[in-house]
Write a protein that binds this ligand. Structure first.
Ligand SMILES: Nc1ncnc2c1ncn2[C@@H]1O[C@H](COP(=O)(O)OP(=O)(O)OP(=O)(O)O)[C@@H](O)[C@H]1O
Length: 940
């Protein structure tokens, strides 16, 4: 027994060492470049194949093959990736979403390339580099971790003794924190990043050549095996090398020891599977339970195509899908996979393209759809009788849809890298604990529905279901829900501020995505007439995600083309071509973020002026006449009555609208009204579709006192960031019909206070009261629906939506859902000209500030919170802004303005609060307070 324990411990240390190496490599790359390298496992696989090729294929001595693989190839691949893929992205600003897609692209490219070069089959003759005992591997891991830890440490002693650290460690920290600033400071950021990539790749290569002899070497299995141990790096918070090494060794030994545990009872197979897949259990815990990694990912959304595809393309794709009806034999048999895969990829269009949520686990839902269909049709689904195939498919879709919460729930609190990891973990978990287990899939067969057994009939059925899926996707992309999803994708915080219920919308996207994936998976299974677990493994999930993103994540047509490409290329060429092609496109995706149609459109737009320049003078005159006939110039816009809710026009100031074409009536009128004060509006808030009539927290007591109480109030707010107190008992009132301003030097706590009031930050102490009701725990979107609207210091508009759609989102989700509010808001802010139909992307800052204000105004807020509204505006725009804000206040809206422009504050505010070091140090009318506090001191 003792000897068995010893043997198992040694085996566990071997596995743990390889896992520790992976952890060290992932952490080093992450710390050097800010990228969680999804391609780490694929690099390991390529190096393992390369060593085998040198030694087994070409007969080189082992030492020479190892030297070439580990000293030349592995670091060389790292440097190549840095130079060709990740450096251009870093120079463009290092958008985490693009970087993530690129690293998945590299994974897919290497996997496809390896399948192409060495064939998809598994090899069991990988050369053994070190003896079976784990001591050499362990020593290598410990020496590497210690060496790297010393080099990477930004300070040689404790963190508070700067200057004693290695120069490289300090440079590394600087590059990761802010690449551009580091470059300005004289640091060679490219060299630092290249060194990080070279070392990360070296560890990947070492992991691959050490692991390959113990597992089957194949292009799909080995990369996945390596990526399963990413939990080690996540548990170490992508920082601590000792923690990563200890966790890896501990898991390795525990997993090894658990192989001899045999249980009995119904849950025994699952528990035994968990014991032998401890790294996957750790991955699930690390990705779903521990706080998410990748805090720098602020706006991580995959690239989305904009606008519909050209009509010709739609017709061509329609014809492409009808073409197989004329096929026969194996061609038709192969073609039945295309519509099924098309439905699966449509699920990614819903989740990723429209909802902006990264989902690497769609293969799991597709597989569950196929598995449940098979179990139901075979009468093996627990508690349910046998049902016919078509009913089984429908039932499977209904059963899998709620399982979308497996990834939807984590998506509520996670974004970017953390969400990618969570969805990847779910995909791996379902694959390992369900698809790969005999208890779920043993002896399972899957037939086609009665009447659709033949390939042609089945293809027709698939086309009908694909059409239904297209209609469903279209319904989700249109109307109120479609706009809300687009807003969520474009700017999550902005969507919440506009009142969009972000958490439930995310759940909806994942549930609908799971249902569609299950439908497609079930169809795939019926098409193959079998449940094939390999058809739904997590590598497919990565491939499908990359394919949809590169062909325009929000493009239905892109998804259909991707399905045809993936099936067609794999059938017509050597295995791996489709993956390699998708990989190449994915690593380039950062260069054309809007998708292929956007790239084509941009190219066409570039060509257009040249064609115009070639017109003869006569041609130009003819064209001008035709244009004049088709589109006569609009007469100057007459003076319009005041907007409803803002009365008494007394002033009209025209500010040129930078986005509107000259002479086309596109002159902004956003500051023309100076309405008279409307009395008697400071009472109860009008109910928002019955919601506001209900207090947010029925149990909380209203704060009431003598005299008119403020609409919004802060009471003793306290916020701490770690050991630093950002707010220390701050209290203030925001009253109806008044402009309340908060000023103070940088770091005074103004933004923190603003976030507490808006609901994007929960204070550690104190309360936020709305109309006397405690709303401290209410999320941002719920506050907006009560009537607390906000704008952002950094613009938060939805770039893929038009100006009018941006404003409509505010009207649809605000305090009062009033369709007429859109036109009112557009008119008030001078956006009712041609600019209303333009996408917000690319409009000037001044126009976008108006869009944001109009969106907030369209929801009929009772309180408007404005975070540095004058930032980026010119003098005329600031003056116009001041007039509009005064008009809104005069109409009874309570305004809180956090602003650095003291001239604006002096001319606008009724009450000014001066903050310093997390406290309100002075309050009163602007003149007195600003003079007393010293305008120079509060000016940044
Ligand atoms: N997420 C955070 N983690 C740690 N410290 C933070 C965080 N956010 C803000 N701080 C710190 O809290 C303090 C108050 O920050 P805040 O942004 O509220 O100040 P501010 O008055 O709005 O400054 P500015 O005018 O520059 O925006 C600052 O010292 C800032 O460095």
């Amino acid at each position: 027994m003792a000897s068995l324990t010893y043997e198992l411990t040694l085996a566990g240390l071997s596995v743990g060492s390889a896992a520790a190496l992976t952890g060290v490599g992932l952490i080093v790359t992450y710390r050097a470049t800010g990228v969680l390298n999804f391609a780490h496992g694929a690099l390991a696989m390529v190096c393992a194949y390369a060593l085998r090729q040198c030694v087994v294929g070409w007969g080189w001595p082992l030492w020479l093959g190892a030297a070439v693989t580990l000293v030349v190839l592995a670091p060389g691949l790292g440097v190549l990736l840095e130079r060709c893929v990740f450096r251009p992205l870093a120079v463009l600003g290092g958008d985490p979403a693009r970087t993530l897609v690129a690293s998945i692209g590299v994974f897919v490219l290497l996997v496809g390339g390896a399948a192409l070069v060495w064939g998809p089959g598994a090899r069991d003759d990988a050369p053994r580099l070190v003896p079976d005992e784990p001591w050499v591997q362990l020593a290598v891991v410990l020496v590497l971790a210690a060496g790297v830890g010393t080099v990477l440490r930004p300070s040689g002693g404790r963190w508070w003794t700067p200057g004693r650290g290695t120069r490289f460690g300090i440079e590394l920290r600087a590059v990761v924190d802010d690449r551009q600033l580091a470059v300005l400071g004289g640091i060679d950021a490219d060299r630092v990043a290249a060194a990080g990539w070279a070392f990360g790749s070296f560890t990947a290569g070492l992991t691959g050549v050490l692991l390959a002899p113990y597992v089957r070497l194949d292009p799909y299995g080995l990369p996945l095996l390596v990526m399963e141990v990413v939990a080690v790096a996540v548990a170490a918070r992508m920082r601590s090398l000792p923690v990563a090494v200890l966790v890896a060794l501990g898991l390795g030994v525990a997993q090894s020891q658990l192989t001899r545990v045999h249980l009995s009872g119904r849950a025994a197979p699952l528990l035994e599977a968990a014991g032998t897949n401890l790294f996957v259990v750790a991955l699930l815990v690390a990705a779903l339970v521990l706080p998410g990694v990748g805090a720098r990912d602020t706006s991580p959304r995959p690239a989305a195509g904009r606008g519909p595809a050209p009509r010709g393309a739609r017709v061509a794709v329609g014809a492409l899908f009808l073409l197989p009806l004329g096929f026969t034999g194996t061609d038709l048999h192969l073609a039945v996979r295309v519509p099924a895969l098309g439905v699966v990829l449509l699920s990614l269009v819903v989740v990723t393209g429209r909802g902006g949520q990264i989902s690497l686990g769609q293969a799991a839902y597709a597989g569950l759809g196929a598995l449940f269909t098979a179990l139901l049709a075979a009468g093996r689904f627990p508690g349910l009788p046998r049902v016919p195939e078509l009913a089984a498919l429908a039932l499977a879709v209904l059963l899998v849809a709620p399982l979308g919460l497996l990834t939807g729930r984590p998506a509520i609190g996670r974004r970017g890298l953390a969400l990618a990891l969570a969805t990847f973990a779910v995909g791996v978990g379902v694959s390992r604990f369900v698809f790969d287990q005999p208890y779920a899939t043993d002896g399972l067969s899957l037939g086609r529905p009665a009447g659709f057994e033949g390939d042609r009939a089945y293809y027709v059925l698939e086309l009908a279901l694909l059409a239904a899926a297209l209609l469903f996707t279209r319904a989700l992309r249109a109307g109120r829900t479609g706009r809300a999803l687009a807003a969520l994708r474009d700017h999550e915080a902005g969507a919440a501020a506009a009142g969009v219920p972000v958490p439930s919308l995310k759940l909806l996207a994942f549930v609908c995505g799971a249902a569609l994936a299950a439908l497609g998976g079930g169809l795939l299974g019926m098409g193959l007439r079998a449940f094939d677990p390999g058809a739904y493994d997590p590598v497919r999930g990565l491939l499908w995600f990359a394919a949809v993103v590169v062909l325009g994540a929000d493009s239905v047509l892109g998804a259909l083309v991707a399905a045809a490409l993936l099936v067609g290329l794999d059938a017509g060429t050597r295995g791996g071509v489709a993956a390699a092609l998708v990989g190449v496109l994915a690593v380039c995706v950062g260069r054309f973020p809007g998708g292929p149609y956007e790239a084509l459109r941009t190219a066409a737009a570039r060509l257009r002026p040249r064609r115009a320049a070639r017109l003869t003078p006569l041609g130009a005159r003819v064209r001008a006449r035709v244009h004049a006939r088709v589109r006569p110039p609009r007469p100057p816009t007459p003076h319009r009555p005041a907007v409803a809710g803002v009365t008494g026009v007394t002033e009209m100031t025209a500010v040129p609208d930078a986005a509107a074409p000259r002479g086309a009536g596109g002159r902004a009128r956003w500051a023309r009204q100076r309405p008279a004060r409307r009395p008697g509006r400071a009472g109860k808030p009008p109910a928002r579709r019955g919601a506001a009539a209900r207090p947010p927290r029925p149990g909380s007591a209203p704060v009431s006192g003598p005299g008119p109480h403020p609409v919004l109030a802060a009471r003793g707010l306290r916020v701490r960031y770690g050991g630093f107190t950002a707010l220390d008992g701050v209290g203030l009132d925001v009253a109806a019909g008044r402009v309340t301003a908060v000023v103070g030097p940088n770091g005074a706590g103004k933004s923190t206070l603003f976030h507490c009031l808006a609901g994007t930050l929960r204070p550690a102490g104190g309360r936020v009261l709305f109309d006397g009701w405690d709303v401290t725990r209410l999320p941002a979107h719920a506050r907006t629906r009560l009537g607390i609207a906000r704008t952002f210091q950094q613009l938060a508009v939805f770039p893929t939506l038009t100006v009018a759609e941006n404003v409509r989102i505010g009207a649809e989700h605000g305090r009062i859902a009033d369709p007429a509010a859109v036109e009112r808001a557009l008119r008030l802010f001078g956006l009712d000209g041609p600019v209303r139909t333009l996408p917000a992307a690319g409009l000037p800052t001044g126009t976008l500030r108006r869009v944001e204000l109009a969106r907030a105004f369209a929801g009929a807020p009772r309180v408007l919170l404005l975070d540095e509204p004058a930032a980026g505006l010119d003098t005329a725009e600031v003056a116009a802004l001041a007039r509009v804000l005064r008009a809104l206040a005069a109409d009874g809206t309570a305004l809180l303005v956090v602003e650095h422009d003291l001239d604006l504050v002096a001319g606008l505010a009724d009450v000014v609060h001066v903050m310093a070091a997390g406290r309100v140090v002075a309050s009163g009318p602007p003149g007195g307070v600003l003079d007393a506090a010293g305008a120079r001191e509060v000016r940044p």
